[in-house]
Design a protein around this ligand. Structure first.
Ligand code: FE2
Length: 240
């Protein structure tokens, strides 16, 4: 499996605090059957400002540590981005990291409580610049829970949707679980990811969520959300 949304790198944001914690999280992920993890520290949100070079260096260091510890996982670079006017420019110049530094797919975090006006135009503008948006933890955004038709419209215009494994297993509560199930039924989900932050919070476990998803959309389609689809995007390819 491939986990495309994680805060696995140490001390860059509100994710793993130390290298030891990062290694332990990777051990848990490996035991669950994950082979590849995209590190997506918060970037450009005005609070956490992990820089491209810091992220790339930390990815390299963690990969070396994993080898030393015989943990069979590869870490790839990425970031979790936020809406800001200069985003296309920052992506084009390479100032911020896209998924696997491929320049094509970005993980975008939206506000939880409201949908920014012009979000469709913002995402469309990225698209005409050759950048495809993946909306992070879509099921946890209250504004989408209240207006699910907006997600359907965004998907129709080429936006990709990530949901959180923990939501599907009910750990965020019934509302998040039910909305995730609805998104799955409506065929609006492209990825299940852990959004792991720490050993104390949600663990980097995907398999249980895949089992839940399989009950709704069948085993093959559920597996695609953690295997085929993420594999395509880390290789810069469309999902089909
Ligand atoms: Fe995140």
């Amino acid at each position: 499996m491939i986990d495309i949304h994680t805060h696995i790198l140490p001390s860059l944001d509100d994710g793993a605090g130390t290298m030891e914690e990062s290694i332990e999280l990777c051990r848990i992920a490996a035991d669950d059957g994950t082979k590849t993890i995209v590190a997506t520290p918060h970037s450009k949100d005005g609070v956490y400002e992990a820089k491209r070079d810091e992220i790339l260096k930390m990815v390299e260091t963690l990969n070396l540590k994993l080898k030393e510890n015989q943990i069979d996982i590869e870490i790839l670079p990425g970031s979790e981005l936020h809406i800001n006017e200069g985003l296309v420019g920052s992506i084009k110049s390479g100032e911020v990291l896209t998924i696997n530094n491929g320049g094509r797919f970005i993980l975008l975090e939206l506000p939880f409580l409201f949908i920014p006006s012009g979000i469709d135009k913002f995402i469309f503008n990225l698209k005409i610049n050759g950048i495809i948006t993946i909306i992070a933890h879509t099921e946890r955004i209250t504004a989408f829970q209240k207006n699910p038709e907006i997600v359907a419209q965004l998907v129709k215009s080429g936006t990709l949707i990530q949901v959180t494994a923990h939501s599907l297993t009910g750990n965020f509560g019934a509302r998040e679980r039910k909305y995730t199930e609805r998104l799955l039924k409506d065929k609006l989900v492209h990825f299940i990811a852990s959004d792991v932050h720490s050993l104390n919070g949600r663990p980097p476990i995907l398999s249980k969520a895949v089992e839940r998803a399989a009950r709704i959309i069948g085993e093959e389609e559920a597996k695609a959300l953690v295997c085929h689809n993420p594999e395509q995007i880390i290789n810069g390819l469309d999902i089909n």
